[in-house]
Design a protein around this ligand. Sequence first.
Ligand SMILES: Nc1ncnc2c1ncn2[C@@H]1O[C@H](COP(=O)(O)OP(=O)(O)OP(=O)(O)O)[C@@H](O)[C@H]1O
Length: 684
Amino acid sequence: MSQPTPEQRYEEQLRAAHGSGGIAEYLLHRAKPHLPPWLAGIGTGLASLPAHFYWSGSAAATAGLTLVSVALTGTTWWAGKTTTAQRRLHSAITVAASSSWFTAAAIAGPDSGPLPGLYFMGAPALALSWNIRQILRRNPEGGISADGGLLEKVGLAKAQITRSTVSPNKATFDLQLPRGELTQDDASKALPLLASALDVSKNAVRLTHDPDSASRVQLTVVPHDLLKNTVPCPGPSHPGGSIADPVHVGIYEDGTEAVMYFPGDPKAGRNAMHLLVMGMTGSGKSEGGLTALAEILTRRDVTVWASDPAKADQTLGPLLPAIDWAALDMKSTKAMVEALNAVIPARTRWLAKYGYKQWEPACAKTQADGSPGMPYLIGWFEEAAKTIRETDDDVFTGIAQEARSAGVSLVISLQRASGNQVSTDTRASLGSSWVYGLRNDRDATFALDDDVLDAGAAPHAWKDKKPGYCYLVANGIPETFWATPARSYLTAREYLDWVVLAFDATRAAGDPITAEAASKAAGRLYAKRTRYPIPGADNAPTTETAMIDPSPYDQDLDAEDFDDQDLDEPDTDDDHDEDLDAIDPEAELPEPSGVIQLAERPSAKQKVDLTPAQARQAMAEMLDEFEAEGRTIVRPSDFMEHCDRHGRSRPWVSSQVANFVMAGRLAETNETGVYRIIREDEAA
Ligand SMILES: Nc1ncnc2c1ncn2[C@@H]1O[C@H](COP(=O)(O)OP(=O)(O)OP(=O)(O)O)[C@@H](O)[C@H]1O
């Protein structure tokens, strides 16, 4: 049987008085606990008589008593630093008032001047103030109080509340645990008991460990669930902004926006994010993913590759037109994994060449030498368990370990991240997690680290009953939010369509470096990937015209792996055939209801009737002119000034500069984007 707590013992003592004896005994019994402050007051008064007898008129005693009085007050203040501010002040005032009165009474005599009046008013007032405190402190029903009560019930009897803040739906308590007796882990273990004692849900009680002291924790209680109502997506947070801006995905229970960061930021000490999205079926992870993807697709400098081998276009459907590469079957998903492996070194080389330590928004802009920029790349794998099952446990490990330095983030979404679904290496290299409701606490251990679970995170308490409820433990999110429940925004289908359409002109197109590496690795599965039409623009998916001619690489491809026979299958879909049959080719075309601009219109200046060969010739002549002027160094920007004149784009001019280098007409120098003109006699 458990020992009674001091509070219970005290209650029993009070009740014991009912059993026997008369009224006097009962009153004495009830008064007993409140006597000490009165006895202290009487004792101080009595002690002043002999003190006066011995020390009256002594200068040394006056100085000594004054010093003792100040020292006692200071000691009380110092000793009270771990208690509540209220108790500390009350104690210091009591000691200061009593010791000052005693000093004055010892020197001048207890009956001199105002001292008797001060004694007979001050001593009872102070004693009563302590009695009142004691009465209010007693809380037989429990509840968190500065002096125990509920804390005793849950095994934290000696913990002291050093600070508390209470707002309408949130109470926060700083707890000082008894040093050398209890640890932060002991406090974590008490959380379920606390939730039960307070009659709130498991997730309503949380603990934050103080990183600077193993004996201090902060306890937070949020009794009412403020996330109960669905939170509709409020719209893009940074329309046309950079992927380096935070991606808003929901709100925390205190109304703070839940955000995630994809690229790293050395100034903020943050690495690029790889994310594990986990939640049991029906927990809302796909809707959460759509919300995040819709935010991402409103940004100007990111491209998305997304795979869903299990549900094909069921989940990603509305966003497909905005996704650079959608792999909706296992074959193209495998090709996407190969492509990601291949683009990482190519992109890393490009970043190094242009002097970037890691991807930053400037990478997506045209570079100083006229080379096209390189947008950030997000590889998003829905239903990744199937991909892992049908390929290899470690299929994502290498990508996750190396992609950060290449401006690539990996997101893998699955129902359970148990050991037989995701290897521990992959799990460790992903780093961040976005966790929705889970089936049981064992699944929670696959998704969240021990410290987050110890802090009170309990995704298994939601199961699939609270869709959209989640924890976000990710790069750049303060630790205090790791165990705080959030709810992801719910996005309407119309909103997703609007994002696809409204940001079509803003969104980055793929870059040649990534495209070339992906074409080499995935062949036609990438180069001829299906492009889904912008809503209202067309009624059928089209096949990508390769940015890079894949033909030289096709011969290297394993026909088994990346057989492209079903590349054209979207067009042979039965329903689609029926749709085509229903079209009368002779019928009058309907009046157009609107015009959708799919790309920037070329400026009037660019409309120059030069064939590519003539434009190349013009570039060569320009280079001759530079040489004739005595210049030895050129930059692509020197040609750029004239590129409009030739009706050519900047990337085309860059590619011509590269051709001059390959032909030995220009040579690279130590400085990126600066080239040396090779004279005729040198070349020979
Ligand atoms: N943030 C949210 N707020 C309110 N309701 C939501 C939210 N997210 C999801 N739901 C509801 O929960 C249902 C299930 O969500 P969702 O399909 O995303 O689950 P899931 O975890 O992806 O399940 P599965 O793995 O079976 O696809 C949705 O149809 C929607 O009605």
